[in-house]
Design a protein around this ligand. Structure first.
Ligand code: SF4
Length: 334
């Protein structure tokens, strides 16, 4: 009996791949493997649980315990299309640590575990990815990154209509597809996404867009405050004072970024009191794509006020976003 592990993302393609593997190898040991960013849409969980039940397959979920926003806060970095490793740390590394080194993350959950045909499900397993021919340029890098496992990407060579497969199982697609999102990641809030994606987020989920706009703003202030404290020369501040100030910033923002408060605690950014030579503030933003004629970075607040008002400048084909399991080109997880 052979082992098969399907990287299950909550997207339709990975469901199609799971169906394909089940049809081809009904008597083998098949596992759906989901790495959870914990920033997902509730309907994603409805979809993956129903999918696992209807496929009659076991599903293992792993998570670090941090979501992308919490990770940005911990790293004091604003992620966007040019910088940031949420998909790497919350998905790829979690999977690589487990499958290659047997290291489990903080959170582990099983569904339908009784359907696992053997507990030894990693040894010699073939790994499956739901990428299609439009992403086949990533194939080589993925295979290299997952050595020594065998890797299969059945959708590269075979076109399958995902909706037909879903219909076979009487399974409703994740609601984000109904809302015209191109993928079902991070509830449409992928900080690496593009202009068309954020436009759609505002139209489909205006409250979430507004919330994200505020989160971006508070992250910027928090990160800049940290950088300011770090930039004060050693002869102007002692280490205990510096640590104290770091702690003050942390205390002001922690509950907000961890979703325990609606806004940060009262906090005066150092800009208000800083001596000018130490102030080298930078502007950060999610969605750091180049926008014709507009200097980068381009915060969501400006995007909202300027670009969405004057749609002529908008790139309506710029969806972008996270490839999550297919993003790494370097040996970043080994
Ligand atoms: S979907 Fe975007 S925000 Fe979510 S983990 Fe992937 S890169 Fe990060």
């Amino acid at each position: 009996m052979k082992n098969h592990i399907i990287f299950f993302s909550g997207g339709k393609a990975s469901f199609t791949v799971a169906h394909h593997v089940k049809e081809r190898f009904p008597n083998d040991n098949i596992l759906l493997y989901f790495t959870d960013t914990q920033w997902e849409d509730d309907d994603l969980y409805r979809f993956i649980y129903q999918a696992a039940d209807r496929l009659e397959l076991p599903m293992l979920t792993h998570a670090t315990g941090l979501n992308p926003l919490e990770l940005m806060f911990e790293k004091k970095l604003v992620f966007n299309s040019r910088i940031g490793d949420c998909s790497k740390l919350l998905k790829m590394k979690v999977a690589a640590d487990f499958l290659k080194r047997g290291k489990k993350p903080l959170i582990e959950k099983w569904r339908n575990k009784e359907r696992l045909k053997s507990d030894d499900f990693i040894q010699g397993a073939t790994l499956y990815f739901g990428i299609g021919f439009d992403e086949m340029h990533r194939e080589k890098a993925i295979r290299k990154n997952w050595r020594p496992f065998d890797v299969e990407m059945p959708l590269i060579n075979e076109y399958v209509e995902h909706n037909e497969v879903l219909a076979k199982y009487n399974l409703r697609q994740p609601r984000l597809y109904d809302m015209h999102f191109t993928h079902n990641n991070c509830m449409g809030r992928c900080v690496k996404a593009g202009q068309a994606h954020f436009k759609n987020l505002k139209e489909q989920m205006p409250d979430e867009f507004k919330k994200l706009l505020k989160q971006e703003h508070h992250l910027k202030v928090c990160v800049d405050s940290y950088r300011y404290i770090k930039a004060i020369p050693d002869n102007e501040i002692c280490e205990s004072e510096r640590e104290y100030l770091y702690q003050e910033i942390d205390d002001a923002y922690r509950d907000y970024f961890y979703g325990r408060m609606d806004k940060p605690k009262m906090y005066i950014p150092p800009a208000a009191t800083a001596s000018p030579e130490n102030v080298k503030f930078t502007t950060y933003s999610f969605m750091k794509k180049s926008i014709k004629g507009i200097p980068k970075p381009y915060p969501l607040s400006r995007f909202d006020k300027e670009l969405l008002e004057d749609e002529k400048q908008l790139d309506i084909f710029d969806f972008g976003g996270c490839g999550c399991f297919v993003e790494y080109e370097q040996d970043s997880i080994n």
